[in-house]
Write a protein that binds this ligand. Sequence first.
Ligand code: ATP
Length: 239
Amino acid sequence: HLDAALLRVDGLHVSYGAIRALHGVSLEVRPGEIVALIGANGAGKSTTLRAISGMIAPSSGSIRLRSEEVTGRKAHELVPKGLAHAPEGRGIFLNLTVTENLRMGAFLRRDPSGIEADLERSFALFPRLRERRAQVAGTLSGGEQQMLAIARALMSRPGLLLLDEPSLGLAPRIVEQIFDILRGVNADGVAMLLVEQNAAKALQLANRAYVLETGRIVMEGGGSDLLASPDVRRAYLGG
Ligand code: ATP
């Protein structure tokens, strides 16, 4: 039968040497959805994203993109299949300019005119990046670096964007701006799996969400349902 999910993760186990980080994580992202993954420090949120995007290999479990089994594939094999990852710590090249970083995001593409059009689209989406396009990324503010990480991920024209802590270390006003832009990108058809320490913001944005605790999914539901859940409020929203 045809699987309607864009991404389906089943029984994912990941270890770092002797440290077992994920104990059978299962989740899915459907076309057009924003799905949040929330949980405490060290719960395994970043590990889940790293395994999905092929940065680390799971010890067991399966990952499927549009029904295609991709478990164990490397990141560069998954980008052409429509998967992009804006990683924790942003992963931008600090000594390259804004424009150079954006071009790196398109390095697997072979359509020069499409790339130029998407550079323009990045600058329309993030006017700050246009102003600073010749500036070296290391001299950008934290918020601008985060915008660059997202814009760079979008340069591969993904159908599914994995976002790790886009709000980390940023002032509330900047977080608001970034979340507004993510809403717009999603409205253009890009599905997202969003990892956030800021559970309230993530649940407001997400259609659905999963709660991860020490490497296991312990709850799932609609974003607004989890936002209203007493258990979630107590554990992740400060009561
Ligand atoms: P945070 O928000 O703090 O990044 P997280 O939910 O993203 O938390 P992970 O970073 O995925 O959690 O970490 C899950 C577990 O795996 C933790 O126990 C962590 O200490 C461990 N871990 C993560 N990365 C490594 C690594 N490179 N080597 C060894 N252990 C790691």
